[in-house]
Design a protein around this ligand. Structure first.
Ligand code: ADP
Ligand code: MG
Length: 581
């Protein structure tokens, strides 16, 4: 080893390592999934790079992941012949956390075990999960195409620092050796490892290989071979002498299988492989389309929102495969921003393998795929809402506020998105967002022509708004909107299903034919009676309000403030003021 140096982990890594070791302990076997997942990614990355530079294969195009173990030395080794890493890559990837917003994520941790477990799970800890079971980790790597002398050896006990040195490494790719902690020796066991590979990594694209296990009874038999067999063994020495590798997993990319051959568990495990989420997905959509536009998509809706859902630079997008070759992660051209929480894979035959992000931006097939995939996701959500309304509420609580960006961003799908919106309502007496516009329409009063809503800071303010008094009296339902994005969204929406959307705090209220002749007569009389009072109020308040009117929208409160029909709402005004406008 030469040029050996010891470096400190980035502060965030130290904090995370500590937390992770404790909070993920009950889930410790996932380390294998994470390391195999990285190894498989590295092999897939090489396959793509080698399309334009075949020399990177160094005469070994047989891409695979190998898992081995040594019960005496108490080690488990995960090896791949993928892209590998240079010294700089290793320092960057295995010494820091590149994910944006890590510090603020760590700030959210509470010390409450169950809650933190959830958060860390969502964060996705990847490589560092090795330290849940290992007291020391050695990484040997060499980038494909780099000289043998440019290998790297990284080593750490996961306690604040790591050493790094330059070594000779004959084979390209990465070998990770876990020195198991006392008490974790159970993992240095063939059948345990096989079970875990099949459980967590069955349908990744790369074969995961392990040494063939000697069949039971073989040793005794070979001790005293009968003559004929001895001669046969001498002719075929390999079968006895050289231990053989066998593929342990199915090694067929999940999305290439038929839906009917895939179990729910398999869909879930594959989700964890691509999403770094520890939880199960809420729902999955898997489609193969043939014809002019040929693609397979495997799309997942997560159950919980990631900690960085509102971070503009947070990674998003799908894993892109072209003709089954992995091309890139986080391809964000295939879905609009308001569907950024969707995880999954798109595999297309219509794109050229010769792509880059820049080329993708110009390819008209990308637009077609985006249109098709957007429709897929909206259909998937529509189906979820229809068939599993409870799950849909879970979805809505996690991602509803993102979906509300949809009507403005995606004009073509506006109706479809609006069908998916959910609100709290005066009908349910609960702050749960369970009412759809269709539900509302189904309950509209005879003669009612509009959909009424109120926007307020929070549920209680909305529910107790004096503007609702007249509606309550008349038994007309009002949608209660309390999210920051609501007013902005509603400023883009004017009607739904032929009914206009009316903010009850704006302009003249016109309750349509729900008003009887008697109501109208009573209102006129009241207005006449109050003329003098109105004049006096106008005079007193002329600096503060633009008009004073007699209203029939109140039944208990004596007065309320109303916005002109085209005024900015109170919430929008606050947002604009906060932005310094
Ligand atoms: P993630 O997989 O989400 O990027 P990880 O912590 O699992 O996060 O891995 C961090 C990075 O380290 C990877 O993105 C990759 O660049 C690098 N890496 C890890 N394992 C390997 C490997 N076996 N071969 C090449 N690069 C690897
Ligand atoms: Mg990883």
């Amino acid at each position: 080893e030469t040029q050996k140096e010891t470096l400190g982990f980035q502060t965030e890594v130290k904090q995370l390592l500590n937390l992770m070791i404790h909070s993920l302990y009950s889930n410790k076997e996932i380390f294998l999934r994470e390391l195999i997942s990285n190894a498989s990614d590295a092999a897939e990355k090489l396959r793509f790079k080698a399309l334009s530079n075949g020399a990177l294969y160094e005469n070994d195009g047989d891409l695979k992941v190998t898992v081995s173990f040594d019960p005496e030395a108490k080690t488990v080794t995960i090896e791949d012949n993928g892209v590998g890493m240079s010294r700089d890559d290793v320092v960057e990837h295995l010494g820091t956390i590149a994910k944006s917003g890590t510090a603020s994520f760590l700030g959210q941790l509470t010390g409450d075990q169950a809650q933190d477990n959830q958060l860390i799970g969502q964060f996705g800890v990847g490589f560092y999960s090795a330290f849940i079971v290992a007291e020391k980790v050695d990484v040997f790597s060499r980038a494909a195409g780099a000289p043998v002398s440019e290998g790297v050896h990284w080593s750490s006990a996961g306690e604040g620092e790591f050493s790094i040195a330059t070594i000779d490494k004959e084979t390209r790719g990465t070998q990770i050796v876990l020195h198991l902690k006392e008490g974790e020796e159970e993992f240095a066991d063939g059948s345990r490892l096989r079970t875990l590979v099949r459980k967590y990594s069955d349908h990744i694209a790369m074969p995961v290989m392990m040494l063939k296990e000697a069949p039971l009874g073989m040793e005794e038999e070979s001790e005293e071979p009968v003559e004929g067999e001895e001669a046969k063994a001498a002719k075929e020495p390999k079968e006895v002498a050289a231990p053989e590798l066998e593929t342990v997993n199915s090694a067929t990319a999940l999305w290439t299988l038929n839906k009917s051959d895939i179990s729910e568990e398999e869909y879930s495990e594959f989700y964890k492989h691509i999403s770094h989420d520890f939880g199960n997905p809420l729902t999955v959509g898997h489609n193969r389309v043939e014809g002019n536009l040929e693609y397979t998509s495997l799309l997942y809706v997560p159950e919980t929102a990631p900690y960085d859902l509102w971070n503009r630079d947070a990674p998003r997008g799908l894993k892109l495969y072209i003709q089954r070759v992995f091309v890139m992660d986080q391809a964000d051209q295939f879905l609009p921003l308001y569907l950024r929480f969707i995880k999954g894979v798109v595999d297309s035959n219509n794109l050229s393998l010769n792509v880059s992000r820049e080329i993708l931006q110009k390819d008209p097939n990308v637009d077609k795929l985006r249109t098709a995939l957007t429709k897929r996701v909206l259909d998937m959500l529509t189906k979820l809402a229809k068939n599993e309304p409870e799950k849909y509420v879970t979805f809505w609580k996690s991602f509803g506020s993102v979906m509300k960006e949809g009507p403005a961003e995606d004009y073509t799908n506006r109706e479809k998105i609006m069908k998916l919106l959910r609100f709290a309502s005066t009908h349910t007496d609960s702050s749960e967002p369970t009412t759809s516009l269709d539900d509302y329409i189904g309950r509209m009063k005879e003669g009612q022509t509009k959909i009424y809503y109120v926007v307020a800071e929070n549920y209680n303010t909305a529910k107790n708004s004096p503007h609702l008094e007249i509606f309550r009296k008349k038994g007309i339902e009002v949608l209660l909107m309390t999210e920051r994005v609501d007013e902005w969204m509603m400023s883009h929406l004017f009607d739904y299903d032929g009914k206009s959307l009316q903010n009850v705090t704006k302009g003249e209220l016109e309750l349509g034919e729900t008003e009887t002749e008697e109501d109208k007569k009573a209102q006129e009389e009241a207005a006449k009676e109050a003329e003098g009072l109105v004049e006096r109020l106008k005079e007193r308040l002329k600096e503060k309000v633009s008009d004073v009117r007699v209203t029939h929208r109140l039944t208990e409160s004596p007065a309320c403030l109303v916005l002109n029909a085209y005024d900015m709402g109170a919430q929008m005004r606050q947002i604009m003021e906060a932005a310094g406008q």
